[in-house]
Design a protein around this ligand. Structure first.
Ligand code: HEC
Length: 168
């Protein structure tokens, strides 16, 4: 004898299947929200770097600046490593390995094309960081806009694309 029938649904109840789906949905959302660590800006000093240009440029203004990569590593480990892995080595982490971003650009020989390729990645990177990530209605990463300064965001990008990324 089923505990719930079509008649239950007709009486206005949501029916067992819908109730179950709703419960799983709530559990899932609550679980993920609880797992999101608080978005706290890293304690780093970017004053020795040139001010990041505004409005947002399409290209990382710190590309190739060694100090930016050093500061970026520190900021990354304080703020991003919990999901994207220590020193950007995500081999044991739940979130994507950010070292992959732009890896194909490095193989492009033509310098103009290579620059355009890197610009695309820079724009994707900054937009992902500023807006965060939501998948099927569930937030996987907070929007870092207003939490991280542009200097910190570009310093992190510089570290991730440096040969030191992934090295502990
Ligand atoms: C709470 C965990 C969490 C934290 C903390 C976090 N991220 Fe993410 N991030 C994710 C997840 C999960 C994704 C993948 C989401 C998706 O696939 O839609 C992601 C995606 C990204 C992407 C896009 C990657 C791609 O391959 O498409 C970038 C860039 C990124 N994060 C940068 C950062 C930076 C920089 C920080 C630190 C300031 C950071 N994230 C902190 C969880 C996190």
């Amino acid at each position: 004898m089923p505990t719930s029938t079509l008649a239950d649904t007709a009486r206005g109840g949501p029916g067992p299947r819908l109730r179950l789906l709703a419960t799983i949905g709530l559990m899932g959302a609550a679980g993920l929200c609880a797992a999101l660590p608080p978005a706290i800006p890293p304690q780093v000093d970017t004053s020795a770097l040139p001010a990041a240009p505004m409005p947002w440029p399409d290209e990382n203004p710190y590309r190739g600046i060694a100090l930016a990569a050093v500061i970026g590593r520190d900021a990354f480990n304080q703020t991003c490593a919990v999901c994207h892995g220590p020193d950007a080595d995500a081999s044991k982490s739940p979130a994507p390995d950010l070292r992959r971003l732009g890896r194909t650009c490095k193989r492009v020989r033509d310098t103009t094309l290579k620059q355009r390729c890197l610009q695309d990645v820079d724009v994707y990177f900054r937009n992902s960081v500023l807006k965060g990530k939501v998948k099927v209605g569930v937030r996987h990463m907070v929007a870092w806009e207003g939490i991280l300064t542009p200097e910190v965001i570009w310093a992190i990008r510089t570290f991730i694309e440096s040969p030191d990324a992934g090295k502990h």
